[in-house]
Design a protein around this ligand. Sequence first.
Ligand code: GLC
Length: 737
Amino acid sequence: MKIRRFAMLIVAMAVGTSAMAQSLDIDQRVEELLQKMTLEEKIGQMNQVSAGYQAIDAISNGQVGSILNVVDPVEINAVQRAAVEKSRLGIPLLVSRDVIHGFRTIFPIPIGLASTFDPALVERGARVAAIEATASGVRWTFSPMLDIARDPRWGRVAEGSGEDPYLDIQMGVAMVKGYQGDNFADPTCMAACVKHFVGYGAAEGGRDYNTTMISERALRNVYFPAFKACIEAGALTLMTSFNDVDGLPSTGNDWLLRNVLREEWGFDGMVVTDWNSSGEMIAHGFADDLKDATKISINAGVDMDMMSYGFIQHAKALVEEGKLSEQTIDAAVRNILRLKFRLGLFENPYVDESLARKVAYAPEHLAAAKQAAIESAILLQNNDNVLPLAKGSTILVTGPMADAPYEQLGTWAFDGEEQHTVTPLKALGAHFNVINVPTLTHSRDKSTANFKGAVRAAKKADAVVVFVGEEAILSGEAHSLSDLDLQGAQSELIAAMRSTGKPVVVVVIAGRPLTIEQDANNCDAILYSFHPGTMGGEALADLLAGVAVPSGKLPMTFLRDAGQAPFYYNHPMTGRPNNGSETLLNDIPMKAGQTSLGCTSYYLDTGYGPWLPFGYGLSYTTFEYSNLTLDKSVLNKSDYIHIDFDLTNTGEREATEVVQIYVRDLVGSVVRPVKELKGFMRVTLKPGETKHLMYDLPVSDLAFWNRDMEYVVEPGKFQLWVAGDSASGEPLDFIVK
Ligand code: GLC
């Protein structure tokens, strides 16, 4: 045994040494190259442009370090040759693109991926995206977006993982691993870019780019965790956000980019601005002009300038005027060169121009995209178990999203091709006898002219399936909404289908949580599908026919009304929590006394709570949680909480439940959330099957940034839930000494 252990030690040392040697080798190569560079060449590396052939002269002159938005491998090789074979030092370009939820094979939008609560599947999807994108020559993506989003009016909720820091971490780390793989120098490694650092999703009013007011404690407890975790998982780059936090635009915030990112977290990757976010500090009123903005950005810790052109125009003069040191420039250029060496670009700068079309839409890629679309769908309502519909039955299919191949791909699907999209209408024929009567041409269509035809056709159908939602353009960047109800005459269409007396199933294909409670009263079942991507139609058809069973869970709270925003499950209790005794608008008597309605935190019109809670999602079966126990009720900070429970499938179908573990810290040195997700697991059970399950939660996971801005577990009373959503289950009490 000793010999084996010794041999293992030798091997481990050898591996460790080789990794260290490689790292030393890279740092040594960076230094050697840096020594050869002129100031102009250094600044050229800090300049990123959205161009290919148009930038070939600048590239040949060493004035460009990276390009974005070029995906033709022939063009990429051409501009790469200009960098490698024509520029004085032959430094290869970083070729980048927003590969956000797939390249050619489009997966569900990231909020849909989060709904799967399946990090392994999300990692697989990111790997597929990397394989397809790198085959075109793209080696850097601006993903994952880690912005915590608590306000569905903000259009970019589509691109993130919702309102919970723990889920955000799991999804972000999965994407980083999927994009980058195990070997950065592998040609299929695509550098991840964690964005937007930081707090972009807290835009006041849910209006994109708006100001944010986030305390340091909230940054550390809510908005930082996923960034820190992804950096610990090896994320190679980070992007600064457009917004200001408490008056400081992130692109000029040295506390963020130097104190936190570099000194506290030890990040040695590369920092890029968002599109012209350096130049936008002029509009913010934080910089006088582009030269001033450039000085602020580089001194704050930015390495690369996306599309302000400020660095290439002004950095040299700033150094000559002593407003910028060449040491600061060197530090930025080291980060850029290190990334290029890590990606193996010096050894392998070009791409095989025949590869892209060979790997695009590979069957295994489409299969992964379909599985992701299946697992991302969330069953919100299923009255009288109308779903699944009987295979072979006759269904009337209508609604603007039934056959919208472009829209179904969702926002940030630049390189998806709608001709490859399988829409629900195309797929449903495999399971049903389909009568299709088009009614609304798109979500904002207000014409009810075709409704009568649909009502007539419904008479021949066993059920009606209405596909509603929103086009891709209605969510994503700069696309905020103040009203989240279904657009156009979609609600009227649902009501018209209700009038037929047939079972009505509504499928929502959208980029955000919409306020559809009023529509729920006009239908029997609702299946929610955040823009499901290329294979969404097949996935939805299988779900409607029961070939697949819904398992998705809400990554964001669904509101009754946009006026409730922002609302999130992990909120503080307040000093006057809702207690259910409140009087609502229609019950208020005349001359009601000033304090007679209930002085707690609620709305007179919509009451207190949302429509549906974070973590909610139904199945075609039911699950029962029982025998929940903790092995100890008094724990030390170094302990693990050993959780035991039974889960039973009490229905007739095999299905998967996303078991969720929540904790509450009852008393803290600052007020604490009423619940926090601390773990989840996907459990598949056959009909009638019971599994005894265990989960070990480290007490250290209960740590938070407290009143003294220390990251600690505070002793005291806690509660723990194991349930199928954030509003269910009975807590168990425990104490941490
Ligand atoms: C955009 C987005 C950012 C994206 C970048 C490049 O404005 O804010 O997420 O990666 O520009 O397209």
